[in-house]
Design a protein around this ligand. Sequence first.
Ligand code: PHE
Length: 436
Amino acid sequence: MMSAVGAAVGLGNIWKFPYITGEYGGGAFVLVYLITVLLVGFSVMISEMLIGYMGRRDCVANFENLAPRHKSRWKYAGWMGLTGSLVMIYYSVVIGWIFHYITVALTQLPTNVKEAESVFGVMMTQSPGTQIFYHTIAFLITTAVVAKGIKGGIEKMNLILMPALMGILAVMFIYAITLDGFSQAYSYMFTPDWSKLTSEAFVSAVGHAFFTLSLGMGSIMVYSASLPKEGNMVHSSLFVIAGDTIIALVAGLVLFTFLFQYGAEPGKGPGLVFISLPAVFYEMGTIGNLFSVLFFIALAFAGLTSAVSLVEPMVQYLIDKFDMSRLKAAVAMGLFFYLFGIVAIFSQIEGNASYLTWGGKNFFDWADYMTSAVLLPIAGLAMAVFVGFVIEKERIVSVLKPQMGWFFPVWYFSVRYIAPVALVVVMLNLMGVIQF
Ligand code: PHE
């Protein structure tokens, strides 16, 4: 369970959630996101856990074994395990940026937003060497921990890094409460302005709910395969969802408080924590200096505990299917995201961008877009249909009814109808078939 929380709490919570909230104008987006988490995220998470818990193997084998017929076709749904490794192509690069920013925070913070923009811009578009160096460190740590296994590596890492991360956020949160900007941040995040809510915001909320809860990539599935038989999936998923949501909201409140306190813009996009925030930390003086180091360390911890979970499903598959040693499997998947990660780095370097860009998106952006916007909703839909319509109801009842009681029919209804409809709407919207 700790590994599932470690997987869920990641860059999505601390880096992505605040900036997309900023992009879509605050309160209304937060509300839609929370409703999506409860209506769609919760029911799909139980479905993913159930597939892992009943199947007890890697993703592909689980779909194959649990499908009553068309086994060889359902097997393909198990390839959702690959999505995490595709995410790692850019996720590892971003963890590298964070490592670099720990050194920026330790040496010299940019003194204003203009300078911060140039620090970030130079790193991203002109310094392949720096990025490859830190991406290599992210690759080495991730691969070493995965090679040590779930119990000996991933779980141990989570048991140390997660409490440290929470401690750091808690200290920053307590400080934020004492600032005037806090009430502004609070009303920004919790007062909905419906005029700002576009269909794009709705689609992003669903996509982000999946990403942040680590759904649709097999991570939750492979961890659930080692849940004890008497484990309770409703409690486990509520625990993961509550932990993940609280951390995202706290991170958002802290960041927006600092930004508002020093008159910075909330809607700055992906550069929020790398551009606006460092400049704000500088203005805060000594405490800002200290916080900047702590903040990037916390962000690195969040990233690493998620990274290992992103790779694990494919590693598990290679071990199960080809009898590979764990070390070999971890190195194989590590090299996969490492090498493509280097391509992602070069796709953002000035001058190279032209031949690594298609349809207005460079390779880095494609790795993000294809996974969050396309593959995750497809995998979510596949799991909801699989659990809602394919696995025999009696088998599901016998496992879940004792754990759920009266809630079972509500959940089952949501898996069969609410989640698939929401996911189909998202996909049609992305394909441009419907606009609202
Ligand atoms: N949930 C993680 C985040 O918010 C990303 C992730 C997805 C990690 C899937 C593991 C598996 O950053």
